[in-house]
Design a binder for this molecule. Structure first.
Ligand code: SAH
Ligand code: SF4
Length: 392
C-alpha cells in the first residue's frame, strides 16, 4: 500500500456472518476457544491441539479465511465456517501525516468509531490504541473527555486494532520467507480514546493475546497502559497483565488536579502515589511513566516542577512532558518551549529522565488527546460535566 498518499479507503470489510451473531474467534482466550469448539462438536481430546492450530493461523500468520487453515481437516474447517466468524473492526479512513504517522478511523459494531494511531520512529514503531468509545471521565484538557462514553470496546475490537495495523503495515510473516529483524509495530500504548482501567477485563484479555508467544508475541515490556488514576485497578494491572504503567499525573496539587483530572476527587494525589509505591512490578528497569501535559500558566511553573520531584521521591519514574495538543475550543494553551525546557531541566537535575514528547502527526490531528470520533461529536453540556464530576 502506498504509505505516502493521504487516502481514504476500505482496507477490509466485516465478514457478512458477523452480523448474524455467530461467535467471533478473535478476542477469545484459549480456554474460551476450547470450550467453544467443543460445544460446536470438536472431540474433547483434540480440542487443545485444534485451538493451538487455529491460534497460530489467526495470530501468527494473520489468516482470516478458514479455507487457508490447511493443517485442519476439510470437515473441521467446514464446521468452523458454519459456526464461527473471524471478524475485525473495519478501517473507514486512513490518513498518513507528512512525518509518517498514520491515523486510522475504525468502525466497530453499532456504527461507532474509534481512532488508532501508528507512530514510526527510528528504533521502534508504536501503535496507540483505544479502549472505549468516548470516556466517562472529563479531563478538562482532553478532547475525548468532551465526548460521552458510548461503550467499552470488546477484547476483539481491542486486539483487532493491532491486527489491522499489522495488515496495513504488511507485517504478518510470509511462509518460507526469512524472519524480518526489527518490527514495524514493536510497541503498543493504551493512550487512545478511553480509560483502559474502566474496561479492565477486555483490555487484559486483548493484551494477553498480543503477548502470547505463539502469536503476535509482543513483550509485556513493550506494552504501556496509561491511566488517569483508577487506583483500585492499578495493582491488578501488574498482576494480571504485567505491562508497563503510565499515569496521567498533570498537576502537583489536589486543587489543580481536581480540575484537570477530575477522578482526583475520588482518588487524590496521596492515595494515587501510595498505590504506585505499592505497584508490584515497579523497579529501576520498569519505571512508571508520569505523563505531564504542559498547560500555559496552569501547571508549568518552577514551583510545580520542584513539587513534582518531591511528590514522586522514591518511586522509580520517568516524567514524560507532553506539550499540550490544542483542539478547537480547548480552554488551555500550550506552554512555551522555553518554559517546557526550564521545567524539564529541574526534573532532570533531580535525577529523573524528563523527555519532552515530540508532537507527531499534527497535520492529521493524530496527537494524544486529540482523538475524537466523527460520529460522536456531540459535546457534553456544562451541566452534564458538572454532574459527572461532582460539581465544580
Ligand atoms: N484515559 C487514559 C489514556 C488515554 S489519554 C489516561 O487518561 O491516561 C493518553 C494521554 O494523553 C494521557 O496522559 C492524557 O492525559 C493525555 N492527553 C489528553 N489530552 C491531551 C491533550 N490535548 N494534549 C496532550 N496530552 C493530552
Ligand atoms: Fe478520559 Fe484519559 Fe481523556 Fe481523561 S485524559 S478524559 S481519562 S481519555
Amino acid at each position: 500500500m502506498d504509505a505516502t498518499a493521504p487516502i481514504t479507503q476500505d482496507v477490509m470489510t466485516l465478514p457478512r456472518k458477523a452480523e448474524e451473531g455467530l461467535p467471533n474467534l478473535i478476542g477469545m482466550n484459549r480456554d474460551t476457544m476450547r470450550e467453544a469448539i467443543i460445544a460446536a462438536g470438536a472431540p474433547e481430546k483434540q480440542a487443545k491441539m485444534r485451538v493451538n492450530q487455529i491460534w497460530s493461523w489467526l495470530y501468527h500468520w494473520g489468516v482470516r479465511d478458514f479455507g487457508e487453515m490447511t493443517n485442519l481437516s476439510k470437515d473441521f474447517r467446514a464446521m468452523l465456517e458454519e459456526k464461527f466468524v473471524i471478524a475485525l473492526p473495519k478501517v473507514v479512513t486512513r490518513q498518513v501525516s507528512d512525518d509518517g504517522t498514520r491515523k486510522y478511523l475504525v468502525r466497530i459494531a453499532g456504527g461507532h468509531e474509534v481512532e488508532v494511531v501508528y507512530i514510526p520512529e527510528k528504533d521502534r514503531g508504536t501503535l496507540c490504541i483505544s479502549s472505549q468509545v468516548g470516556c466517562t471521565l472529563t479531563c478538562s484538557f482532553c478532547h475525548t473527555g468532551t465526548q460521552k462514553l458510548v461503550r467499552n470496546l470488546t477484547a476483539a475490537e481491542i486486539i483487532g486494532q493491532v491486527m489491522l495495523a499489522r495488515d496495513d503495515l504488511e507485517e504478518w510473516p510470509v511462509p518460507g520467507a526469512p524472519v524480518e529483524q526489527g518490527r514495524l509495530l514493536s510497541n503498543v500504548v493504551l493512550m487512545g480514546m478511553g480509560e483502559p482501567l474502566y474496561n479492565f477485563e477486555n483490555v487484559r484479555d486483548a493484551m494477553k493475546i498480543a503477548m502470547d508467544p505463539e502469536g503476535i508475541q509482543l513483550s509485556r515490556r513493550r506494552i504501556t497502559l496509561s491511566t488517569s488514576g483508577v487506583v483500585p485497578e492499578i495493582a491488578r494491572t501488574a498482576e494480571e497483565i504485567g505491562c508497563l504503567l503510565a499515569i496521567s499525573f498533570h498537576a502537583t496539587t489536589d486543587e489543580v488536579r481536581d480540575k484537570l483530572v477530575p477522578i482526583n476527587k475520588r482518588w487524590n494525589i496521596e492515595v494515587l502515589l501510595q498505590a504506585l509505591r505499592d505497584y508490584p512490578k515497579v523497579s529501576n528497569s520498569e519505571r512508571i511513566t508520569f505523563e505531564y501535559v504542559m498547560l500555559h500558566g496552569v501547571n508549568d511553573s518552577d514551583e510545580d516542577a520542584h513539587r513534582l520531584v518531591k511528590l514522586i521521591e522514591g518511586i522509580p519514574a520517568k516524567i514524560n512532558l507532553i506539550p499540550f495538543n490544542e483542539w478547537p475550543g480547548a480552554p488551555y494553551t500550550r506552554s512555551s518551549n522555553n518554559r517546557i525546557r526550564a521545567f524539564a531541566e529541574i526534573i532532570h537535575n533531580a535525577g529523573y529522565a524528563s523527555p519532552i514528547r515530540k508532537p507527531r502527526g499534527e497535520d492529521i490531528m493524530a496527537a494524544c488527546g486529540q482523538l475524537k470520533s466523527e460520529t460522536e461529536r456531540g459535546r457534553k453540556s456544562r451541566a452534564q460535566i458538572a454532574a459527572e464530576t461532582g460539581g465544580a
